[in-house]
Design a protein around this ligand. Structure first.
Ligand code: ZN
Length: 271
């Protein structure tokens, strides 16, 4: 079984890897086709963290698009820079009912640091509910190209959160692309800090593909529970992500942990 814990949905004029995305249903159909082609049984989608982006669905729209499809689920994305009263209770209710599988924060995309005070009530809540929190973590970013995210998403900050909330499941997305070795060194030995592999492998000009292997193998040797498969579809190529994990010199049971078991446990998935 394969589970992708990190994918996005967008509609726009134009193509991505030869597919068109004129509206959300077409984007969703492309996702389902990609899942089938790559042997992915379940995908966790990440909505936009505000409601009026014409290209990406917010949470309410995402839940409507998913409908009753058991092969899809999604995260909630609090917008702490524009928090509305009642947001915390809104997300608490959705988490408690299993409608969303965790919360994702966008430090760097939004002007705040990962350990911003305004995130902390959500950390406390997720810790008490046993739900994961996910952080975007890259050094630079492709949207717009070259945007600096490093200081806001530094793995040191995310490691600090995991240490301060030892029963909180903290997921660091993208392995702080492309500074993988730095990410590994600053997050060693923290049992409640997990990595999703989304976006770590991409086109040939990306430094990711080769550089990720060594730090990844070190984490897996130390604690194979901490690595979770993800793709960053549609921005990144899921086929290359599957191939990267398949090519790792690890035991089959460890591969299964990365591809599915770690996701089921960390995100409380009932498949
Ligand atoms: Zn992403």
């Amino acid at each position: 079984m394969r589970i992708d814990v990190h994918a996005h949905l967008a509609q726009f004029q134009g193509t991505c890897r030869g597919e068109t995305y004129r509206d959300f249903p077409e984007a969703l159909a492309n996702l389902k086709r990609s899942m089938q082609a790559n042997g992915i049984d379940h995908t966790i989608l990440i909505p936009e963290n505000y409601d009026d982006n014409p290209e990406m669905p917010g949470l309410r729209q995402m839940l409507a698009l998913i409908g009753g499809d058991q092969s899809l689920s999604c995260l909630g994305c609090p917008r702490i820079i524009q928090e509305k009263s009642g947001d915390l209770e809104y997300f608490r209710d959705l988490l408690a009912r299993g409608v969303i599988k965790g919360l994702k924060f966008f430090p760097g995309h939004d002007p705040h640091y990962a350990d911003d005070e305004r995130c902390r009530p959500y950390f406390v809540m997720c810790q008490s509910l046993g739900a994961p929190v996910v952080f975007h973590s890259t050094d630079t970013d492709s949207n717009p190209p070259g945007r600096m995210c490093g200081p806001n998403t530094d793995p040191k900050l995310i490691a600090g959160i995991a240490k301060q909330y030892p029963d909180l499941r903290v997921v660091l997305a993208h392995f702080h692309w492309p500074k993988y070795e730095y990410c590994y060194e600053t997050t060693r030995g923290i049992p409640n800090l997990y990595f999703d592999l989304s976006g770590v492998v991409d086109d040939d000009e990306s430094p990711g593909t080769e550089r990720i292997r060594e730090p990844l193998l070190k984490v897996l040797a130390e604690d194979p529970r901490r690595v979770i498969f993800g793709t960053d579809w549609m921005e990144a190529d899921p086929t290359k992500h599957v191939a990267m994990v398949e090519a790792l010199p690890i035991e089959e049971n460890v591969k299964q942990m990365v591809f599915s078991e770690n996701a089921v446990r960390t995100y409380n998935l009932k498949l």
